[in-house]
Design a protein around this ligand. Structure first.
Ligand code: PRP
Length: 179
């Protein structure tokens, strides 16, 4: 594949700085609420890097669970047809769940996930997303933590892909022109 034109939107250093602040805020909020242990739900595939780095800045005991969701396939616009590609392995009953996403764009994936979680009998659910496209949201969502609000760019890197590639970039980049 031809190398895409990428502009750095958030460098590795900028990302880590923001994650540190997010982790501190999350820790303080749960501590203030008297919650001593949480379950971090990593939404695959996109959020595996974000989750791995974020949890190192969270200072309360936590478990990790994983769910696979897919809505885009190889397209750049969400189909709205969200499917579970990998089920959550363990029970979430009675747990304080922090959902960690790489990006909320149309919001349809998160809306689907919240509905999916309804039957899991969790004690609480909070949402943390690294990136949010506020102008693209098609549905209102209770988002608790946002790393960065971005304009309508097509972003890749740091977990985010284009046709399965670029997830390993240490920064978030904007794809320019034809791709
Ligand atoms: C991406 C991302 C979110 C979703 C956000 O996942 O990880 O889950 O899209 O878009 P939305 O708000 O418009 O629904 P994708 O379906 O591309 O799967 P991936 O995480 O495996 O790359």
């Amino acid at each position: 594949m031809q190398k895409p034109k990428l502009d750095v939107l958030y460098s590795a250093a900028t990302l880590q700085q923001r994650l540190e602040a997010l982790g501190q805020q999350i820790t303080e909020d749960y501590q203030q609420a008297g919650i001593e242990e949480i379950c971090v739900l990593c939404v695959l595939k996109g959020s595996f890097l974000f989750t791995a780095d974020l949890i190192r800045h969270i200072g309360i005991p936590l478990r990790c669970e994983f769910i696979g969701l897919s809505s885009y396939g190889n397209a750049q616009v969400s189909s709205g047809n969200v499917v579970v590609t990998q089920a959550i392995q363990n029970s979430l009953e009675g747990q304080d769940v922090l959902v960690v996403e790489d990006i909320i764009d149309s919001g349809l994936s998160m809306h689907f996930l919240l509905q999916h979680l309804q039957e899991k009998k969790t004690r609480s659910i909070k949402i943390c997303t690294l990136l949010l496209k506020p102008d693209h949201l098609k549905i209102k969502l209770p988002i608790d933590y946002t790393g960065f609000e971005i304009a309508n760019h097509f972003v890749v890197g740091y977990g985010l892909d284009f046709k399965g590639l670029y997830r390993n970039l240490p920064y978030v980049g904007v794809m320019r022109g034809e791709h």
